[in-house]
Design a protein. Structure first.
Length: 427
């Protein structure tokens, strides 16, 4: 993993971190686990939990084309609120991880984080026993390193863009451990880390056992640029009591859409971030600086030892072997096509936030649809300039000294188009 921002955790409350960089905001969610759910929204290996911000859910009965794509191994997973399982590993087999779903990343050096372990594909470090995947970190001399562990990912096997992503797991105990469930871009379209983004669904460091973290990294916000942070409470005190993430299974997840990422713990929303163009620091920069999350990403599971964050308080050598036990990993999608009956509404309220030379930054009020907006087509003087999934765009290379006629048209997943929003940009 790229280097992480070591967060200041407020004691015994659930918090999220909003990083204000001049006029931009990027979210880091942090969940303090000194408290336990008072509701019975627990999960088992074949039932999904609530992943909505509402306190109640309904099981949706639908017949759609997407239902036909449910893999056999995911067929027993309940469909809740229209979320259809399209990829999963329930670990109901024995031996190495399924090569049709995962690959190992082997090696040492910490991959930029100065971690102490060497990742292997040995069964001693990663094994499926017919019920769980267990990633085990060992204290042993191996290839010049003093610890071994495993890291698996779907890179080169399966990529994902938007949806609901969940893992149910017990986390390893002990100072020096650093387990993670996270995502990296399939192709670094916007440049090397952190420009093309990173989504951390769950991170945990062993010296701070009562806290789990959810983070994002972008060009604007990352752990190397020295930007400050502030915190606010997300949940009222008393919502969580006596949670044990080290000896009990809990569900960690996100819902990732075209313009928003929201984190969940056992079905409870613990924070979110989104694209907010009116808060951008500089309108001379492309939207990817704040929101590179319009590309495909792949999933990663790993247990690191030590490193810049996990080893910030040293490594307790009495904890080994220590285990990261995963019950399942699931990916869900919504069917936004089969029952789509309406055109998107017209985008409205165009705002030209900046015009410098031949570069302009344009935003608008998002369209609505009976299902979801897929993207916006932006035309300049009658020619298609670009597509964007968010409701803003940096336009470069506009004709100089002219009135440029701009049209923005919303498109939903069924291919329905809105009427055009029209505006003029003078350069």
């Amino acid at each position: 993993m790229p280097r992480k921002l070591l967060l200041l955790i407020l004691s015994l409350i659930t918090v999220f971190t909003v990083v204000a960089c001049d006029d931009t905001i990027t979210l880091t969610t942090t969940l303090s686990l000194s408290e336990s759910t008072t509701s019975d929204t627990t999960t088992d290996s074949t039932t999904t939990t609530t992943t909505t911000t509402s306190s109640t859910t309904t099981t949706t009965v639908i017949t759609t084309q997407l239902l036909d794509l449910i893999p056999d191994e995911c067929s027993e997973i309940e469909i809740v609120d229209g979320w259809i399982p399209t990829w999963c590993d329930e670990f109901k087999y024995e031996g190495v991880v399924d090569p049709a779903k995962w690959r190992h990343q082997n090696g040492g050096g910490g991959f930029g984080n100065n971690e102490a372990q060497y990742y292997t594909s040995r069964s001693e470090n990663a094994y499926v026993d017919g019920e769980y995947l267990t990633i085990t970190a060992l204290k042993e001399s191996y290839s010049g390193y003093q610890y071994t562990s495993s890291k698996i990912w779907t890179q080169g096997v399966e990529n994902f863009k938007y949806g609901k992503f969940e893992m149910r797991a017990k986390l390893p105990a002990g100072r020096g451990t650093w387990p993670a469930f996270w995502m990296m871009p399939t192709i670094s379209k916007y440049g090397g880390w952190p420009k093309s983004g990173e989504i951390d669904i769950m991170e945990h460091v062993g010296y701070d056992p009562n806290v789990v973290h959810g983070n994002t990294h972008t060009e604007r916000f990352n752990s190397t640029n020295g930007r400050g942070a502030s915190t606010n409470s997300l949940l009222n005190n008393g919502t969580f009591t006596q949670i044990d993430v080290l000896n009990e299974f809990h569900t960690y997840g996100i819902i990732w859409s075209e313009t928003r990422i929201e984190w969940f713990f056992d079905g409870y929303s613990i924070g979110s971030m989104g694209y907010t163009p009116n808060l951008n620091q500089s309108f001379l920069l492309p939207t990817s600086v704040d929101w590179p999350f319009d590309q495909s990403f792949y999933l990663i599971l790993n247990l690191a030892i030590g490193g810049d964050w996990g080893g910030a308080q040293g490594i307790d050598n009495t904890i080994f072997p220590t285990k990261f036990v995963i019950d399942y990993v699931r990916v869900f999608q919504q069917d936004y096509i089969s029952d789509d009956t309406e055109r998107p509404s017209i985008p409205t309220s165009p705002q030209i936030l900046s015009v410098v030379d031949r570069t302009a930054y344009l935003t608008w009020k998002p369209s609505t649809d009976d299902n979801a907006i897929k993207r916006y087509a932006v035309y300049v003087n009658g020619n298609l300039k670009a597509y964007t999934s968010v409701y803003g765009i940096q336009l470069v290379g506009l004709p100089a000294n002219s009135e440029n006629y701009i049209m923005v048209i919303a498109e939903d997943y069924a291919g329905n188009l809105s009427d055009p929003m029209e505006t003029i940009i003078r350069t």
